[in-house]
Design a protein around this ligand. Structure first.
Ligand code: UT7
Length: 318
């Protein structure tokens, strides 16, 4: 059996930073409310002409450089996004061409909203485990600003744009200890973009029953801690870092409590990034690795919950 290791990480955030004070001028909200309820201080917003693929390209080039590989070595591209550039081809295919490796590897998108990166990582890991792939590029990115209703205070204060990427490689030793994926489509109505292709209802914006999503997220993240540790035979004290999906600092605090880690062992980027959906975990991972907190040999617990509902976790040694 092949294990999977992270060879390198990269990320990208759009240049424009939007502060809570700007939102105060747009909707009936306050910096105080946003910070108290979510922990968010600011978020990055893509330019009008800046796409998800543009952000993915920068994050992927960063990760390729950190991994010190040539793009031609990549055997697989899995890209998690809910805000693709086009209906088709996939953003993964567009990215493949940008990286100059057309026709050298399989490339596809994964759509699992805020859990997208955990899904994409888990899929790539299975390809590596089976021996059919040696090196995979996994990207998570969303341009949420393009699907926000800037008059809806229940959503527009929460989200941001950004991308993160990792290069995974087959290894003789762990690596990834466990991955867990869940979905429960009966909650679809609680967090959705109601408009689609075969069902164009005319509402193309994120709609969310925030408090119900919040309660589900706290419960799901709590139970996935026990389930994941049990699967890999590790205990809470083995975990060095929690690298969570960055939706709400209160959800993250509850998960950290459940995992028995103090907040100084949590990579927290929600204050500066907001919720970047598919981009959030790889952005946090890259932040923790580049600032030197996450070191080789550290054991990480990654977890996310999002629309679907979908949720999942990964335990790995960096
Ligand atoms: O990444 C995918 C998963 N997404 C999430 O995990 C998000 C989960 N949900 C949340 O993070 C939280 O539910 C929110 C941050 C969205 C809201 O926090 P809450 O503590 O659940 O507040 P609430 O929805 O119960 O609303 C409390 C009050 C309401 O007013 P009343 O009814 O008490 O008068 C809301 O209308 O806060 C009001 N409110 C706001 N006030 C100021 C809602 N949004 C805002 C706002 N500014 N932006």
């Amino acid at each position: 059996m092949n294990y999977t290791k992270i060879l390198g990480t990269g990320s990208y955030l759009p240049e424009r930073v939007m502060l809570n004070s700007e939102l105060e001028a747009m909707v009936d909200t306050s910096d105080e409310w946003i910070q108290a309820r979510t922990g968010i201080k600011e978020r990055h917003i893509a330019r009008e002409d800046e796409t998800t693929c543009d952000m993915c390209e920068q994050a992927a080039l960063n990760a390729i450089q950190a991994a010190d590989i040539d793009p031609s070595e990549i055997d697989l591209i899995v890209l998690a996004t809910s805000t693709p550039d086009l209906i088709y081809p996939s953003t993964a295919c567009l990215l493949q061409a940008r990286l100059g490796v057309s026709n050298t590897c399989a490339a596809f998108d994964v759509q699992a909203a805020c859990s997208g990166f955990v899904y994409a990582f888990s899929i790539a890991e299975k390809f590596i485990q089976s021996g059919s792939v040696k090196k995979a590029l996994v990207v998570g990115a969303d341009a949420n600003s393009k699907i926000l209703d800037w008059t809806d205070r229940g959503t527009c204060v929460l989200f941001g744009d950004g991308a993160g990427a990792i290069i995974l490689e087959a290894s003789d030793e762990p690596g990834v200890y466990a991955t867990r994926l869940h979905a429960d489509g009966s909650h679809a109505h609680l967090l959705q973009v109601p408009s689609g292709v075969s069902k164009p209802t005319g509402d193309p914006f994120i709609r969310m029953s925030g408090n119900e999503v919040f309660k589900f997220a706290v419960n799901a993240m709590g139970s996935i801690v026990d389930e994941t540790l049990q699967e890999c035979g590790l205990s809470k004290s083995d975990i060095d870092w929690l690298v969570p999906h960055q939706a709400n600092q209160r959800i993250i605090k509850a998960t950290a409590r459940k995992l028995g880690v103090t907040m100084d062992k949590v990579i927290l980027t929600v204050a500066e990034h907001g919720n970047t959906s598919g981009g959030s975990i790889p952005l946090a991972l890259d932040t923790g690795i580049r600032d030197g907190r996450i070191k080789r040999g550290d054991k990480l617990f990654l977890e996310a919950v999002g629309s679907g509902f979908t949720w999942g976790s990964i335990v790995l040694k960096y």
